[in-house]
Design a protein around this ligand. Structure first.
Ligand code: SAM
Length: 344
């Protein structure tokens, strides 16, 4: 990883990406595929997922050309995500190609961990700096039920493979679901802490137009903090001041220890005022807010006008970045933004 500051890397005259709320955008999430080998109940329906046509998925060359445009604008960190990024063929090769882009300081990857037993070492060697691994429960049967296709044993082996490959401060992402894993908040923290990892709990968001949202399943950030404290009697959570990543999580520390827990609370404690990110879909659509469907087509800009057209399109899109999101749950409706398209 280079030690150059992101400011030094901005191409002369390009200027940084600053939106009308004066938020500096320096972080890009890149979805390398919309496909997934799991079907987590809160994320995708079991069947009937309308995938992007293979021909419409960005090639590695297109992804790198677009990322290079973002680095011209001061974006220095990317996170590869999905769907499930590890199901994209030759992902390791993509990481090598991204590593060669000047100005890209940090490459992170979010994964369900299923393929990490095979891929952790090659990904580390290719240049992935940081890993987030999703684990919603430590009970194999419950894991199989929430992921519909998942194998906890493989994922836990994947975690160990990642640690053996040299990944440090791995983050374990858990979607907090009331009535499902509220009883495991303490155990998930202890699992992560005992391995030098950072547990993080994500408030469940009503993605896919709210269709997968189970009313009453929201476990709030405040409730999550209460559950962590209850599992560790006599120890209080205090805000942790240290910067621990590029993302929206807020971190808390068990007083008197180095044990840190992150909470991503898109529902009850918004973080929009500090939002530093935009998202590139697997087909090249740029979204400036997770909660809305608004997008501009960067692949079209790349094909028709090349990198300069892409840079201009990104700038314009960032000027329209929303002040914040609202996930209002009105009946089953709510937000329109979907992580996946549901067919029929
Ligand atoms: N497949 C990869 C993974 O498992 O990390 C990357 C993509 S996945 C969409 C990224 C994260 O979003 C995962 O931790 C997942 O559990 C979480 N997620 C998916 N649907 C969610 C929802 N409705 N609310 C909150 N988090 C969600």
């Amino acid at each position: 990883m280079s030690t150059t500051s992101p400011t030094d890397e901005v191409a002369p005259g390009a200027g940084r990406l600053v939106d009308p709320q004066r938020r500096v955008i320096d972080y890009l999430r890149v979805s390398v595929t919309d496909r997934c080998n799991y079907r987590c109940t809160y994320c995708m329906p079991e069947d009937g997922v309308d995938h992007v046509q293979r021909a419409d998925i960005l090639s590695f060359e297109e992804i790198c050309a677009l990322v290079a445009c973002f680095t011209r604008l001061g974006v220095s960190r990317v996170r590869l995500t999905g769907g499930e990024p590890t199901v994209r063929r030759d992902l390791v090769q993509l990481v090598r190609m991204l590593r060669a882009i000047p100005g890209l300081r940090d490459i992170a990857l979010s994964t369900n961990g299923h393929l990490l037993p095979e891929l952790a070492a090659p990904l580390r060697e290719a240049g992935v700096d940081r890993l987030n691994i999703s684990i919603d429960t430590l009970d194999p049967a419950r894991f199989a039920s929430i992921t519909r296709r998942g194998e906890l044993e493989r994922v836990l082996a994947g975690v160990e493979a990642a640690r053996a490959a040299g990944f440090t401060r791995i983050k374990i992402n858990t979607v907090a679901v009331k009535g499902f894993n509220d009883g495991e908040v303490g155990a998930l923290c202890d699992y992560a802490w005992s391995r030098g990892m950072v547990p993080r709990f994500i408030e469940q968001m009503p993605m896919a137009g709210g269709q997968l949202y189970v009313p009453g399943a929201l476990l709030s950030a405040a409730e999550i903090r209460g559950l962590v404290e209850r599992a560790h009697p006599g120890r209080r959570l205090v805000p942790d001041g240290e910067a621990r990543g590029a993302g929206p999580a807020r971190y808390w520390r068990l007083e008197g220890s180095d044990d840190v827990v992150g909470i991503i609370s898109a529902m009850t404690e918004h973080f929009c005022d500090t939002c530093n990110r935009v998202r590139l879909s697997a087909a090249g659509a740029l979204h400036t807010c997770l909660a809305y469907d608004d997008a501009v087509d960067l692949r079209a800009a790349l094909r028709s006008g090349g990198p300069d057209a892409v840079v201009a399109t990104i700038r314009q899109a960032v000027q329209g970045k929303r002040d914040g999101h609202v996930f209002d749950l009105i009946g089953i409706g709510g937000p329109r933004k979907a992580m996946i398209q549901i067919g029929g």
